[in-house]
Design a protein around this ligand. Structure first.
Ligand SMILES: [Zn+2]
Length: 393
């Protein structure tokens, strides 16, 4: 039980399920056995990044960021100021949509993830009479890899997960996750996810474990790259605490996921109207994305290829904000990254991806370029706010 809680990839409540750490994926052991290779893995680079950030070595931190993200970053821009930062996705605490799903009985079981242990315990005390509740083992969160870890810093509050159901569905899900942590499609079925989306996530998970083991990153990246071919339905935007699905849709216009999101919003309007209004306003904001910890959120709109100077679609914008987590070390790293990229973004009003480069234009003239190393180009997240749930095209 501790193993699954401590090492399973976790993505807060948006993960279709939390596949626990399969045998042989013990990172510290791999690191000992394979120290020479480790420096080339994302986990190894992130370890260097944390170390540089704690030591206050900005040059070393920028160099590690460049390797992790495959981008050349302008130097000496300083940290993005608090006014440029926004926390859109926190991986911490109850999500309004999931509380609404539970209250409206939309699913057999709701699995809340990344709850600070005291708030999970408080929830159990308040709601034990109404629901069958099971609290998981405590763990700590790695806000760079977006996975759980076994140990925390001194004073760090542990996280946990919580199964809530009206019958024994929570127990059944917990038993399945313990005995068959890779049974993603079966768990998705218990959690009420559309089969197309559960199967898609199972494929992403399978590929991810053979690569960098960053399943949340890989799922979001694939989804956002797909929005570049055609903007997605805004109600399926996963990069927000106001997310309406609690799973990844198999594609940015999946009809089954859209129907699910619409049911959730109706339930949310009943139980928490302020959150519902905020979801309608916030979901579908365009983003420029390297990895989950490192993305920008724009006050702007998608621009199609016919109306842009460079190749492919773009984002026309008025302002950009840096997404940060409520974690002191990681948010400092994010602000270092943000200071660097925002200096380029602030010079223009349109951003596009050209090969692996990010190109910034002002009045359709190129004014800045962040060169990519070619490994993995960044993604634009493009959502059509006029098609929140329905595919009319
Ligand atoms: Zn689907």
């Amino acid at each position: 039980m501790a193993a699954s809680a401590a090492l399973g990839p976790s993505k807060s409540a948006m993960l279709p399920m939390r596949p626990a750490n399969p045998a042989g994926r013990d990172v510290p052991k791999v690191r000992q056995e394979n120290a020479a290779m480790e420096q080339y893995t994302l986990q190894g680079i992130y370890d260097e990044l944390r170390h540089a950030a704690r030591a206050g070595d900005q040059d070393a931190a920028i160099a590690a960021l460049e390797r992790a993200l495959g981008v050349t970053l302008p130097r000496a821009a300083g940290l993005a100021g608090p006014g440029r930062c926004v926390t859109r996705l926190s991986y911490r605490g109850f999500k309004p949509a999931e509380l609404a799903m539970l209250a409206a009985n939309l699913k057999a079981v709701v699995k809340f993830e990344d709850l600070p242990l005291p708030s999970a315990q408080l929830f159990v005390r308040r709601h034990a009479a109404r629901y069958t509740l099971n609290v998981g083992a405590p763990y700590y969160k790695d806000y760079l890899m977006l996975r759980s870890r076994k140990t925390g810093l001194l004073g760090e509050i542990p996280m946990t997960f919580l199964y809530a159901s009206r019958d024994d569905a929570g127990e059944r899900l917990r038993a399945l996750e313990r005995s068959r942590p890779d049974a993603i499609v079966e768990a998705g079925d218990l959690l009420g996810f559309p089969p197309c989306c559960a199967r898609w996530f199972a494929d992403v998970f399978e590929r991810s474990r053979h690569e960098q083991d960053t399943v949340n990153d890989d799922a979001v990246y694939a989804l956002l790259r797909a929005t570049m071919a055609r903007p997605g339905l805004a109600g399926l935007d996963p990069l927000s605490d106001l997310d309406l699905l609690a799973f990844y849709p198999c594609g940015p216009t999946c009809a089954a996921a859209a129907a699910f999101a619409e049911r959730t919003l109706v339930a949310l309007e009943r139980s928490a109207p302020a959150s519902a209004a905020k979801a309608r306003a916030d979901l579908g904001a365009p983003v420029l994305f390297w990895r989950i910890p490192f993305f920008l959120v724009f006050d702007g709109e998608p621009a199609d290829e016919a109306h842009t100077p460079g190749p492919g679609p773009g984002i026309r914008y008025r302002h950009a904000h840096l997404h940060i987590f409520p974690d002191p070390v990681v948010s400092r790293i994010q602000r270092l990254f943000g200071g660097s990229v925002l200096a380029a973004i602030d010079a223009g009003d349109l951003v596009q991806i050209d090969g692996g480069d990010v190109v910034v234009y002002a009045e359709n003239k190129e004014v800045a370029r962040l060169r990519g190393s070619g490994a993995r180009p960044p993604a634009l997240g493009l959502w059509d706010r006029s098609r929140f749930f329905f595919d009319e095209g």
